[in-house]
Design a protein around this ligand. Structure first.
Ligand SMILES: Nc1ncnc2c1ncn2[C@@H]1O[C@H](COP(=O)(O)OP(=O)(O)OP(=O)(O)O)[C@@H](O)[C@H]1O
Ligand SMILES: [Mg+2]
Length: 455
């Protein structure tokens, strides 16, 4: 009985202001287990019922299944007041509740027999349900021959075979070991997500908050003494519910908090915990390839003269009379600045690289300045720092100290030298070696006018 229309949210079971009292032993009055409980299970949804031990979850399920009557209030199933056992539901129990003297097949057929289904149809439907739970080949086995997980598979088959509108599960996985329950829970969820589940809705009682968030569309929280509905939490996650998504964790945390604090009102307003954003690395932590502008433009000019505008790296090194190891930082710099691209040992120029290699010196400085400000955060940062100073200047030590935090002194000095070389060529800043000070160039542009690091 697949729900053909997942947006069909008709009310399948309605619990209206139900209370339940049990007589106390020795005739000393009565004991209220459920007080004024109202709840609706709609077509197409999975509802989890959570509450402390003794809050009346199993009692509520039994009332909805028509196994015991409410003391007050009423239950509607498919719009009709419930009288006696509810044939629209089937139940899976924690304890499996199999009859040991019957085979798997006979256990599965039992409920159909009670409903007067003919032998042939019973057989056919039972085989289909046994197949669905993966017990193909175990039809004539007895419960004692089966593992706990397999026994519970029979429990599911016995419920599935009835093709109930709503499947009730009362802690169906809690008697199984962790791996087995994980497996079975995953299979049930797969069946549900694949829309091949043999009922329109599921109502599951569980003590396991993660299980509720994993399986359900909403979790109804029951309070105790006497049992009452505290509120509900909508599990607004795409299916299948991804356990490692941040919102999954927020939902689990929220439910855990309300479950451990009976006085908190359950509003269902789950605040998504902000994920700690990894701090952006300091621009001074990103190593610049040690290449002078002269080397970079020399390289680009050599490549642009090649017929295809591409060259093979070892040949290039030879022509530049450089060891490949010395060529690599120059290539890295050309790639970093967006002038060249490397693939499979070949290097080719980008359009900007072509332009840079062939244009006038003045325009090449403009191009270089734009590329450096777009792709090299540390140079942007230096310009920004200098701009913030009214004097437009700063001691070199200030910047060296920033590099020092990330590199040994010698390397910090090399980083500094490279940055100075690039910034000077781009006419962004000047370095006075005798004073050991950096100065903002008069032509240095407003940073807002140049896009920040593009990618
Ligand atoms: N037939 C009964 N006669 C008397 N008291 C009962 C009866 N059935 C249940 N109770 C009592 O009602 C209360 C709720 O029981 P119920 O089994 O519904 O709780 P529960 O929420 O399912 O608990 P658990 O999480 O432990 O399964 C308990 O205090 C229980 O002792
Ligand atoms: Mg119970």
């Amino acid at each position: 009985m697949i729900n053909p229309n997942p947006t069909d949210l008709t009310d399948l079971i309605t619990v209206a202001q139900v209370s339940k009292h049990f007589p106390l032993p020795d005739g000393k009055g009565e004991f209220t287990v459920l007080s004024n409980v109202s709840l609706v299970v709609k077509a197409g949804e999975v509802v989890a019922l959570l509450g402390r031990s003794g809050s009346g979850k199993s009692t509520l399920l039994r009332i909805m299944a028509g196994l015991i009557p409410p003391s007050q209030g009423q239950v509607l199933s498919n719009g009709r007041p419930l009288r006696g056992a509810n044939n629209d539901v089937a139940m899976v129990f924690q304890s499996f509740a199999l009859l040991p003297w019957l085979t798997v097949q006979e256990n599965v057929e039992l409920g159909l027999e009670a409903r007067g289904v003919k032998r042939e149809e019973r057989r056919r439907r039972a085989l289909k349900a046994i197949d669905l739970v993966g017990l193909d080949g175990f039809e004539s086995a007895y419960p004692k021959e089966l593992s706990g997980g397999m026994k519970q598979r029979v429990g599911f088959a016995r419920a599935f075979v009835l093709e109930p509108q709503v499947l009730f599960m009362d802690e169906p996985f809690s008697a199984l070991d962790v791996l087995t329950s994980e497996n079975l829970r995953g299979e049930i969820d797969d069946l549900w997500n694949a829309k091949t589940f043999p009922s329109k809705s599921i109502l599951i009682v569980t003590h396991n908050i993660e299980e509720a968030v994993f399986l359900a569309d909403r979790a109804v929280i029951l309070g105790a003494n006497p049992g009452h509905i505290r509120g509900e939490v909508v599990i607004d996650l795409p299916r299948p519910h991804e356990r490692n998504s941040p919102h999954f964790a927020s939902l689990v945390d929220y439910i855990y908090t309300v479950m451990t604090n009976p006085e908190i009102e359950v509003t269902g307003q789950v605040s998504v915990q902000p994920q700690p954003q990894p701090a952006a690395p300091s621009p001074y932590a990103i190593a610049l390839p040690h290449a002078r502008v002269g080397g970079i433009s020399g390289l680009l000019e050599l490549i642009v003269d090649q017929p295809e505008g591409t060259d093979d790296i070892p040949r290039l090194a030879e022509r530049l009379q450089l060891a490949v190891d010395d060529l690599l930082p120059i290539l890295d710099a050309a790639v970093l600045l967006g002038f060249a691209a490397v693939s499979q040992g070949d290097v080719c120029l980008t359009d900007i690289g072509q332009d840079f290699a062939t244009t006038t010196i003045l325009r090449s400085k403009d191009l270089f300045r734009k590329q450096v400000l777009t792709h090299v955060p540390v140079i942007r940062s230096i310009v920004q720092t200098l701009r913030e100073k009214r004097s437009g200047s700063m001691r070199a030590d200030f910047f060296l100290d920033l590099w020092d935090e990330h590199f040994p002194r010698e390397e910090a000095e090399r980083q500094f030298a490279t940055a100075i070389d690039w910034g000077r060529y781009a006419e962004l800043f000047e370095y006075d070696a005798s004073e050991e000070r950096l100065y903002l160039s008069e032509t240095s542009p407003d940073l807002e006018s140049v896009a920040s690091v593009a990618d």
